[in-house]
Write a protein that binds this ligand. Structure first.
Ligand SMILES: C[S@@+](CC[C@H](N)C(=O)[O-])C[C@H]1O[C@@H](n2cnc3c(N)ncnc32)[C@H](O)[C@@H]1O
Length: 241
């Protein structure tokens, strides 16, 4: 019989690498079963970027493992890719995912608002953020748009992929409906994985309606916006000055 010492079990629960691997494995399962519509959203974002003239300086905020952006970007069109994330483990995977593109890559293990505040003026052509902005409180989302407006070059754009409230929907109503959908539709996950996801949503999801995001973007001088894709609460938008 194999005995596991109590201490080892405790280590497994608090070790950040273990936690990262555990929750990241669940997120990978969510993606491979297209539960957050990465497939449709990736297609829509790729179509938009194809219409943009390179060479592009791209800033990716909350890039995670950069698995999707590395499939979206055409290396011939990119001058520089800068990604940031709070997780050093995700960035290690991102480095591997981006390497085959052969582009200039700069990965920063930092908070996205701090990175934006220090970004050079009129430097980036695309600020991209996928499923990360909803973690921030509303005032930091305003700072996000303000700083995007400052660091974007002429004709630059913000591409925002995120969960969004339905118009008029409150956060408690969103939590009920989204977690209800996880319980009934996310059958590809085990009950334990579904619990993990629901807990994450309850603790970390602070989405806004598209109208509120448009208002925050407008306050920052990004007055033109259009929706690229919408699948239930999962949306992709483009904001331009
Ligand atoms: C759901 S994952 C999305 C990853 C990737 N962008 C995608 O679409 O698959 C959210 C990522 O945002 C990162 N994140 C959350 N808050 C952040 C912050 N304030 N600054 C930087 N990264 C953040 C997390 O570490 C995580 O890797």
């Amino acid at each position: 019989m194999i005995r596991i010492k109590r201490q080892n079990i405790f280590d497994m629960k608090t070790d950040p690498i273990y936690i990262f691997r555990k929750t990241w494995a669940t997120y990978q399962k969510v993606i491979s079963n297209n539960l957050m519509f990465h497939r449709e959203i990736t297609t829509a974002v790729r179509k938009l970027l194809e219409s943009r003239q390179g060479p592009l300086n791209v800033l990716d905020l909350g890039c995670g493992d950069a698995a999707h952006i590395s499939k979206i970007l055409d290396p011939a069109q990119v001058a520089e890719y800068c990604g940031c994330d709070l997780s050093p483990y995700a960035l290690d995977v991102a480095r591997n995912n981006l390497e085959p593109l052969g582009i200039r890559v700069n990965l920063l293990c930092r908070d996205m608002v701090a990175v934006l505040k220090e970004a050079p003026e009129k430097h980036f052509d695309v600020v991209y953020s996928s499923y990360a902005l909803h973690h921030l409180p509303t005032r930091d989302k305003q700072t996000f748009f303000n700083e995007c407006g400052r660091t974007l070059r002429e004709n630059g754009c913000v591409i925002l992929v995120d969960v969004m409230l339905e118009e008029q929907q409150t956060r408690p109503a969103y939590l009920d409906s989204y977690n209800g959908a996880v319980a009934t539709l996310w059958k590809a996950l085990t009950p334990y994985e579904r619990d993990q996801v629901q807990e994450h949503i309850r603790n970390c999801d602070f989405p806004e309606t598209p109208t509120v995001l448009h208002m925050l973007a407008s306050n920052a001088g990004l007055t033109t916006c259009h929706r690229l894709e919408k699948q239930t609460w999962h949306e992709a938008w483009c904001y331009l000055a």
